[in-house]
Design a protein around this ligand. Structure first.
Ligand code: C5P
Length: 219
């Protein structure tokens, strides 16, 4: 019985892309729609959790009953998530955070000329890795979007970032990953495969993930 089974649990989830500005009118981003993170927030609040959603720019409505914090860049997401980390029991990082941002922000619109343009990119802070370093008793869950050797990459990431679970999806598969309403995921812990799920609506994936987290936390 799932109803209100997460009562009293403080859950922080991130969703959506981040947007990294080049100049006042241009930016780099990715194809994330935010659907997975929002589905997790909605499922968790329905099950009685106190939910905070830190979201990059999306076209989705903020879910009812969820404290939604809107951010734009990876650095902003870093600050908002780190500030809230200690006050939460479960943190699920479903956002597609940009790994790189333009090294310099041009304060004015960049003018075109006849030569080619080279932009320098620098790394953004890895939010999840930082949470892994700081965690005390929080339960930490990451997502891994891969196109090949999914299991190997996912387990490597889980260990490297000190996570409790990782949700891996092969974004090259139809019906999985960015923008679509469904997902095809496998959930791994330090001990290996926990659950391989068939293609499911993202809302059903959210509930299945919360079931696994609850099962592990409750022992
Ligand atoms: O290493 P990779 O970026 O593929 O790991 C994906 C996981 O790390 C996702 O859960 C994503 O939200 C998180 N991440 C992060 N900060 C970054 C990059 C990724 O929290 N700068």
């Amino acid at each position: 019985m799932r109803e209100k089974d997460l009562h009293g649990v403080r859950l922080l989830v991130t969703g959506g892309p981040t947007v990294e500005p080049i100049d006042p009118v241009r930016y780099v981003t990715n194809r994330s729609s935010g659907k997975m993170g929002y589905a997790i927030a909605e499922a968790a609040v329905r099950r009685g959790a106190d939910v905070t959603l830190v979201s990059g720019p999306t076209h989705l409505d903020p879910p009812a009953g969820v404290t939604t914090v809107q951010v734009t860049s990876a650095e902003e997401m870093y600050r908002e998530v780190l500030d809230r980390f200690e006050a939460h029991d479960i943190v699920i990082k479903a956002a597609a955070v940009a790994d790189y941002r333009p090294a310099h922000y041009a304060g004015h619109k960049m003018k075109k000329n006849d030569s080619s343009l080279v932009l320098e990119f620098v790394r953004t802070p890895d939010i999840l890795a930082e949470l892994g370093k700081r965690k005390s008793d929080q339960f930490l869950v990451g997502f891994a979007a891969e196109t090949n050797d999914v299991e190997q990459h996912a387990i490597h990431k889980l260990k490297q970032k000190n996570l409790d679970l990782i949700v891996a999806n092969d974004v090259s598969k139809p019906g999985a990953g960015f923008d679509v309403d469904t997902n095809v995921v496998s959930i791994y812990s330090r001990d290996g495969l926990v659950k391989e799920l068939p293609k499911m609506d993202k809302r059903a994936v959210a509930d299945a993930l919360l079931d696994e987290i609850k099962g592990i936390r409750d022992g």
